[in-house]
Design a protein around this ligand. Structure first.
Ligand SMILES: *Cc1c(COP(=O)(O)O)cnc(C)c1O
Length: 394
């Protein structure tokens, strides 16, 4: 079967040209000094994108779910009170891990098109001083929504509570300042806004997070899930806990280098403009953005309400089969179809392709829409946002 002509999913998508070339570079022995140097450079690049000098960078060698599970297992000891903030399926899923590991689970849950209110978090922590950690998803990719981690960070830090942040789909595409925002344990993925291959977890860890992990007698050691092995063996002693994913490291590092050359702020602005155009197109053609408000809509993917009588899988498969465009379904977050615009796809004309294919797909299935009005609205939004940074010097 042919791959889709356009992959506009919520990740993974095709990587940047630089990352693709780097993925095919010679495979090095992991103790070749050249590889060790490359590994350290990759860590520095990830730290630079996180914009932090205070957090320790841990590059775990598996897709971001590895980093997330590892964070949960490293922090949580049985009987520990953890407040999990839920505004979508990734937040909900994190709570299942917390419970399985033995945490006393506290939860604040909002509808999956909404965001958690920081004032509610502050009040909850004041009423429950036993809570030692708060877990939150920055960008709930299935819902296309953001949580206000900028406000949540200082609320937690001032109460001595450690934050665990799933920033898998915000890293490199949405403003995120772990140091200023006082966030502790962050897990990003390279296959979303960074435009790299899936297969690694990009973690940033504060002193406060390490202190909490140090209190946990069941934090994994001698395990693929161990953050401590990376800290103690690799950072402490120059020994990899196991053979790293050499090719992935090359790909991730190249994507990170490219993003740093563009500039983190420029990359964020690029994602934000393309996302705004996509939302303008959605409403312009008569569809509804799933996020309750524009301010909480995520820049990595636009979630669109699927009209009554249709299913997310049905419309996704129709658009793929008829028009060769791969979109993402709702992943259980609701009646949602998603147009991804992340990484290499966060460029002006990509959402136009997604909007045209999705709009016509809905029309084929009997929904009344004005596709032309949607495309005009999206183009007007792009026109108003000016030239993309960097375009002038090509
Ligand atoms: C992509 C993503 C992950 C990684 O999960 P997969 O199901 O393996 O893609 C975790 N959290 C968020 C918010 C994500 O977008």
């Amino acid at each position: 079967m042919r791959p889709a002509d356009f992959t506009l999913s919520a990740g993974p998508n095709d990587v940047t040209a630089a990352a693709r070339a780097a993925l095919g570079s010679p495979l090095l022995y992991h103790y070749d000094p050249a590889f060790i140097e490359r590994f350290k450079v990759a860590e520095q690049r990830i730290a630079a994108i996180y914009g932090t000098t205070e957090h320790e960078i841990i590059l775990m060698q598996g897709e971001a779910v590895l980093g997330l599970e590892s964070a949960a297992r490293s922090v949580v000891r049985p009987g520990m009170a953890v407040l999990n903030l839920v505004s979508g399926v990734f937040g909900k899923g994190f709570g299942y891990w917390l419970t399985a590991i033995g945490a006393v689970l506290h939860e604040i849950e909002v509808p999956y098109n909404e965001a958690v209110d920081p004032a509610v978090v502050a009040a909850y922590l004041d009423a429950h001083p036993e809570v030692e950690a708060v877990s939150v998803v920055h960008s709930e990719t299935p819902s296309g929504t953001l949580n206000p981690v900028r406000e949540i960070g200082p609320i937690c830090r001032s109460r001595g509570v450690v934050t665990i942040v799933d920033c898998v789909s915000s890293f490199g595409g949405v403003e995120l300042r772990p140091q200023e925002w006082q966030l502790d344990l962050l897990v990003a993925g390279p296959q979303k806004c960074l435009g790299g291959p899936p297969g690694m977890s990009l973690m940033a860890v504060s002193e406060q997070a390490w202190a909490l992990i140090a209190k946990n007698p069941i934090a994994p050691r001698g395990s693929f899930l161990s953050m401590l092995d990376w800290k103690e063996q690799w950072h402490g002693n120059g020994k990899f806990p196991f053979t790293p994913s050499v090719s992935d490291l090359h790909g991730v590092s190249a994507a990170a280098e490219e993003l740093l050359e563009e500039g983190v702020d420029a990359a964020i602005a690029r994602h934000s403009r393309v996302a705004a155009a996509c939302r303008a197109g959605v409403t312009g053609m008569g569809l509804q953005v799933w996020a309750a408000r524009d301010e909480i809509a995520a820049a990595c993917a636009t979630a669109i309400r699927v009209p009554e009588g249709l299913t997310d899988i049905g419309i996704r498969d129709h658009v793929r089969a008829r028009y060769g465009v791969q979109l993402s379904a709702g992943q259980g977050a609701g009646p949602i179809i998603r147009i991804g615009h992340m990484g290499a796809n966060a460029r002006p004309m990509y959402p136009i392709v997604g909007l045209a294919a999705l709009g016509q797909g809905f029309v084929d299935l009997g929904v009344k829409l004005d596709i032309g009005a949607g495309i005009e609205a999206a183009m007007a939004s792009l026109a108003a946002s000016g030239a993309l940074p960097g375009s002038a010097d090509r």
